[in-house]
Design a protein around this ligand. Structure first.
Ligand code: AMP
Length: 563
């Protein structure tokens, strides 16, 4: 148990044995006519979103899909993403959300690996899907219409065997199809590992999704999920002094992050269950986002650090009314302290918090308490959620437990730990050990149990036998007035091991002098951590979820001189 624990927050929760699609059914019952999703001029209430999802679910069943068959979603964020995602879940299918920008060979691997039988695409990406589908088990392709947030300049010609969504989900109002799907069945298969290696499909069970949504609902909205008399999901307020920032039925969020990634996908179910109106924003621009905050009176912002960097640098932060925002939740990649402080200055009335999670842990593992009476620990990703045990284990071989402030690898146990990788018994056995998830992330806890991350184990570099954690150096680089973004990698060097090497992007109008920047870092770290080379670049390669693709930043090995 952590020494700091929010008063009134249970350490353990009940998790009803239900399928994840029930979360939308519950939201429709709880919030009926409230707006659920806004996509330009198109919008759906909770009842309408559910009705559309049910119609799609019947189309899926009519197409011969049975419990546990795989439906792959290949589309950008739009209201049809939500309709087809929940519709496929309500049909009892296992959903694979794929990145629509992925080239055909990678997509084909996912279709083959999962044995997908039905795919949902978007007119702008249909050609890739049809190419990838050759030789796979996909029998039916459904194409959704373009929308304001997912437009398509030139509609593709009609294809044999490609069914427009309007025809596919033509009838089926009323109740969802009957399925026998329950907690131990697979809700999602989500591919991850793209920043470091070959993507692996993570098997996320329905009970993982229900548990993680229940954990977030308790932690962030001070409500418990319970099962009613006929098994339906209900919400019950927690007793105790909760400084509530997310009020069920009253929150408004702007969804920028891609829904094919767990961070947005599972948060979406939490947000809908809490009656949050989700405004889809389409392609990110800081100016559009700030205008949307003002226009929709957004209360909850969720995103990754790249988004915050761009936001705080925008001149519009001084002209827009941003006073509606009550929570800013950052996750998915390391947020540097300078940006978090700048964000807090732009949104003084909001709680700016960080959370940490990974696909193998469904979505969220730790999160800062959403309470103004909680200790503010800049740079911490918060506490493990209810029912979640986190151990920091030494990386030196014996796996001994580390004490406070001692860096080791994070191991996690809890109801959100998923069922392992699809068709990868060896990789699963390495990462999923006796109920524990070995995260591959390095970090430490403080005396109160707050978690701080130091980087990925695979990204740690060793300079003359000393461990160097890129995260610390990236934070320092980002605190320099001329630096907008920074990433540190090790460049192999026969004499010293790996030299800490920085790739930096300058702020608009700033000129970076590599020597001055190296001296700036040197003044702030012990000598072995000094940056030995600086490369100024126009941008850093990013994954769709906003993570820096460090594998694309490796520098060639040298036998050369130590810097
Ligand atoms: P993914 O499975 O794609 O969601 O990636 C998960 C990885 O993102 C984790 O293992 C961490 O390395 C990283 N990550 C997630 N949240 C944070 C955070 N708040 N700070 C730093 N790294 C994070």
């Amino acid at each position: 148990m952590n020494r700091y624990w929010p008063e009134g927050m249970p350490t353990s929760l009940d998790y009803p044995d239900l399928a994840a699609g029930e979360l939308l059914t519950a939201a429709a019952r709880l919030y009926g006519d409230r707006l659920a999703v806004v996509d330009g001029a198109e919008q759906l209430t909770f009842a309408e979103l559910h009705q559309q999802a049910v119609a799609f679910a019947h189309g899926v069943r009519d197409a011969g899909v049975r419990d546990g068959d795989v439906v792959l979603l290949h589309q950008p964020n739009s209201l049809w993403f939500l309709v087809t995602y929940y519709g496929a879940l309500l049909a009892g299918a296992t959903v694979v959300p794929a990145n629509p920008l992925q080239p055909a060979p990678g997509l084909r691997s996912q279709l083959l690996d999962t044995g997908a039988v039905l795919a949902v695409s978007h007119p702008a990406h249909l050609a890739t899907l049809l190419d990838a589908r050759e030789g796979t088990g996909v029998r039916t392709v459904v194409v959704v219409p373009p929308t304001a947030t997912a437009p398509c300049a030139k509609l593709p010609p009609a294809h044999d065997g490609v069914v427009p969504l309007a025809d596919f989900a033509a009838d089926g109002a009323g109740a969802p199809p009957r399925t026998a799907v329950a907690g131990d069945d697979t809700a999602h298969i989500i591919y991850t590992g793209g920043t470091t290696g070959v993507p692996k499909g993570v098997r996320v069970l329905h009970r993982n999704v229900i548990a993680n949504v229940a954990q977030m609902t308790a932690w962030r909205a001070a409500h418990l999920i319970t099962a009613g008399e006929s098994g339906e999901i209900r919400l019950r307020p927690l007793s105790g002094p909760h400084d509530q920032r997310v009020h069920p039925g009253a929150a408004v969020t702007l969804m920028v992050s891609p829904l094919f990634h767990v961070h947005a996908l599972v948060n979406m179910s939490f947000l809908l269950l809490c009656g949050t109106t989700v405004v889809l924003t389409g392609r990110f621009s800081p100016e559009n986002l700030l205008a949307a905050v003002e226009h929709h009176r957004a209360t909850y912002l969720l995103g990754s650090p790249t988004m915050w960097h761009a936001l705080v640098d925008s001149p519009d932060v001084h002209t827009r009314d941003l006073s509606s925002v009550r929570v800013i939740s950052s996750g998915g990649a390391p947020a540097d302290k300078a940006t978090l402080l700048a964000l807090q200055a732009v949104f003084p009335q909001a709680l700016v918090v960080e959370g940490y999670g990974l696909t193998e842990g469904t979505c969220v593992v730790t999160s800062a308490p959403l309470r103004s009476d909680a200790p503010r620990k800049l740079g911490s990703v918060g506490l493990p959620l209810c029912d979640t045990t986190l151990e920091i284990r030494s990386t030196t071989g014996d796996g001994a437990l580390c004490g406070p402030h001692e860096v080791g690898e994070l191991w996690v146990r809890g109801p959100q730990v998923t069922a392992g990788y699809l068709n990868q018994p060896e990789a699963s056995a390495e990462q999923f050990v006796e109920g524990w998830l070995r995260t591959g992330d390095l970090g430490y806890t403080d005396e109160e149990g707050f978690v701080f991350l130091s980087g990925r184990a695979k990204e740690m570099l060793i300079y003359k036998g000393y461990n160097v954690y890129p995260r610390e150096l990236e934070d320092i680089l980002r605190s320099h007035r001329g630096v907008r973004a920074a990433a540190v990698v090790g460049s192999p060097d026969a004499r010293v091991g790996q030299k800490p090497t920085a790739f930096v992007v300058a702020r608009t109008g700033a000129v970076i002098d590599p020597d001055e920047l190296m001296a700036y870092v040197a003044e702030r770290v012990v000598p072995y951590k000094r940056i030995r080379a600086v490369h100024v670049v126009d941008s850093l390669p990013l994954s769709a979820a906003g993570k820096v693709l460090k594998s694309a930043l490796r520098v060639p090995s040298t036998t050369g001189q130590e810097g």
